[in-house]
Design a protein around this ligand. Structure first.
Ligand code: HEM
Length: 121
């Protein structure tokens, strides 16, 4: 696909990112090491915010209306290991879809840069 396009469009826009996010949280919730963290969470609201978030950081025409990454995770005491597990589920969810390897790597590098805001344990 056209490398000049914003990553958002190369990923496939709203429909594809929504599908990636659904796949991602299916994997996260199927992981006993992570599922307890989401027990109190409204998953429909989280899926909607995560879809907005990934869309906006990849250059999509979408405003993210949730909390900033530090504020959203501070109360969870996320560990480095939990962060790595969640990141792996995101990578595997992206790889389930027809996303170019370098685009997967770009998303993962954006996400990796968030670790300092998300990991507070
Ligand atoms: C890997 C990078 C991550 C990204 C990009 C990310 C992104 C987000 C976003 C956009 C929200 C929504 C905030 C809102 O609705 O205001 C959120 C909430 C949440 N995240 Fe993450 N997150 C990441 C990692 C993690 C990790 C490692 C955990 C724990 C294992 C986690 C657990 C949660 C939970 C439980 C919520 C909902 C909090 C609540 O119900 O109030 N996230 N995250």
């Amino acid at each position: 696909m056209d490398p000049e396009q914003p990553l958002y469009h190369r990923l496939g826009g709203d429909e594809a990112i929504t599908a990636v996010v659904d796949e991602f949280y299916e994997r996260v919730l199927a992981d006993d090491r992570l599922a307890p963290m989401f027990e109190e969470t409204d998953m429909d609201a989280l899926r909607a915010h995560q879809t907005q978030f990934i869309s906006s950081v990849t250059g999509g025409p979408v405003d993210y209306t949730g909390a900033d990454m530090h504020a959203a995770h501070q109360h969870l005491d996320v560990t480095h290991d939990q962060f790595a597990l969640v990141a792996t589920h995101l990578r595997e969810a992206l790889e389930t879809f027809d996303v170019a390897d370098e685009d997967v790597d770009t998303v993962m590098s954006v996400v990796g840069d968030l670790e300092a805001q998300i990991v507070t344990a």
